[in-house]
Design a protein around this ligand. Structure first.
Ligand code: AMP
Ligand code: ZN
Length: 144
């Protein structure tokens, strides 16, 4: 199984570095984020060291995603949050600081002052259709 001796999350998985672990199965570990955006903020990491989501085999990704409903229910119960955000940052430009992929589960409460600059835009005429065909062509190539 792939692991990086310099990776903080690989060290947590190997129990070389302590963490507040809440869940573990054959392929996934979940623990409290050491710098929580909200009380009870969790990280869900695959045992295997993958830097990017786009490197993860689908079955591994499915294993990781499959625990989200279960962990999400625990987040709601334990933190009394009204909802949560599931977030994965890929690349430093997107805010990825630890190069071992992880889902964040961030509990949300009304007026918690968390959130995004969700500055939604509007496509000019023709751009959405152009993008949809570019995606369809790229996906057909990537699937072959
Ligand atoms: P990201 O910016 O998406 O790569 O998120 C990395 C997250 O890992 C941050 O929210 C950090 O607070 C968290 N983190 C870094 N080191 C540790 C650690 N030793 N134990 C728990 N969480 C950590
Ligand atoms: Zn790692």
């Amino acid at each position: 199984m792939s692991s990086d001796p310099n990776c903080i999350f690989c060290k947590i998985i190997a129990a070389e570095v302590p963490a507040a672990v809440v869940y573990e199965d054959d392929s996934v570990l979940a623990f409290l984020d050491i710098g929580p955006l909200a009380d009870g903020h969790l990280l869900v990491v695959p045992h295997e060291h993958y830097i990017r989501l786009t490197d993860v085999p689908p079955e591994r990704c499915a294993q990781m995603a499959s625990v989200l409903p279960f962990l999400g229910r625990a987040v709601l119960e334990v933190t009394k949050a009204e909802g949560f955000n599931v977030l994965l940052n890929q690349g430093t430009v997107a805010g990825q600081a630890v190069p071992h992929i992880h889902f964040h589960i961030i509990p949300r409460k009304k007026d918690d002052l968390l959130g995004y600059r969700w500055n939604s835009g509007k496509y000019p005429e023709g751009r959405a259709a152009q993008l949809a065909s570019a995606y369809q062509a790229a996906l057909a190539r990537l699937a072959s």
